[in-house]
Design a protein around this ligand. Sequence first.
Ligand code: GAP
Length: 518
Amino acid sequence: MAQEDLFKKLVAHCKEYGYVFPSSEIYDGLAAVYDYGQYGVELKNNIKKYWWDSMVLLHENVVGLDSAIFMHPTVWKASGHVDAFSDPLIDNKDSKKRYRADVLIEDQMAKYEAKINKEVDKARKRFGESFDESQFRSTNPRVLANKEKLDTLHGRFVEALNDSNLEELKQIIIDEEIVCPISGSRNWTNVRHFNLMFSTEIGSTSESASKVYLRPETAQGIFVNYLNVQKSGRMKIPFGIAQIGKAFRNEIVARQFIFRMREFEQMELQFFVPPGTELEWFKTWKEIRMKWHRALGFGDEKYRFHDHDKLAHYANAATDIEYEFPFGFKEVEGIHSRTDFDLASHQEYSGKKLQYFDPETNKTYVPFVVETSIGVDRMFLQVISATYTEETLTKEDGSTDSRVVLKLPAVLAPVKLAVFPLTKKDGLPEKARKIIDQLKFDFNCQYEEKDSIGKRYRRQDAIGTPFCITVDHQSLEDDTVTIRYRDTMEQDRVQWSKLHGIIQEKVSMRNLFENITA
Ligand code: GAP
């Protein structure tokens, strides 16, 4: 299936099965804002728990925080967001559509890369076993020509970004003959800066009101509380503060469903370290975070690091963890060595010391910071993209059937088990309810008695429920039930008293955590 079709199906599936709805849909929606439905909110909560516990349970020197969304406006001056949190914006005069100039150029680079990969794939098919990819890449004239175009473009792009040279960004768009995907024209405005922060007013009268921002990252709430946490928790450096919360950005181009939203959620860790050790810690956190992703079992080849060409104003090293979505490799998580920029700047703007006295070295310093920052919504999209599966099934009589199944890791699945009485009579519903009454304290359970068992299985497959339990007449006699496993569709007959153990073993996060810490 074409990746574009797959993505459309996945978005439709999220709506049909109560995962994600467009915001205010009855009023035709609000661009780049989404609501999470009955299953979506459970999946989101499970993702957050996986992240939170992996930070604060597995690291005794990491503690949590929940800071407010509104902050003193000077916070955003000190952090650099008022002056520098902007994207280069360009409009197409014919379609009146607005784009990020850097994204247009990145898409152009991706096109060169795709052309190269297409040549390589064609050659691999032609030469089979004897194909030597590195030799082909270094000698094939079409690959070399595209590689040269890509490298030249990349060089110009990085220089323009580093110099914040907006004229050059426009010139690149013209030289590369990049067209507006809507109008097909090259009739572009100049490139200009667009600040991404939303602002509003706090205060009851217009005279007393002052401008406040909706935070564009949760990180600053951690920085301004650094000393509160360090002192009240008697924390010794190195230590970290973890936070999950909403963030808001007035994105120019809102696209790809929940990948780029105007209201979204972040899971951020700021890890405070002695100056001079930050690059070592940066490396350590890169490894820890990649293991966290890979432990979910979506395939190691689906992830890669992408080091930043242009470092943010606060960073001395930065990388993204990218996941291969149906629309290509894209950032899911950013890992930044933020130096002492934020604490030093807050110290300067607030006039309050934000230092640490190290009792072992007798030195006082402003700590350096390594940050890991992942979007809950992007992680959600990663999980759905990795697990949405369409299968053709061959029945015993040779005919075929199909099913859509979300092969969610059991630990993340919104509903852990569904219990079905085979029929609505003979005491089977009562028995099924009894099983739920035993298991509901530990697992999210669902009871279903409508439709055939086959239809009930399909519905739970589409939701991603890993276990379906059927109660039949034999259950009344010997207390056994059938347990059906979502991915293999195999069934076992087990004593219902064994269910708790079987399910617990699969849905416990312990397995993932042991994997990460091994
Ligand atoms: N505190 C650092 C920071 O905010 P970032 O790279 O701008 O860094 C971190 O954002 C993560 O937040 C991204 O990797 C992404 O997962 C998520 N994110 C950023 N902007 C987003 C948006 N508009 N919609 C959804 N997620 C977003």
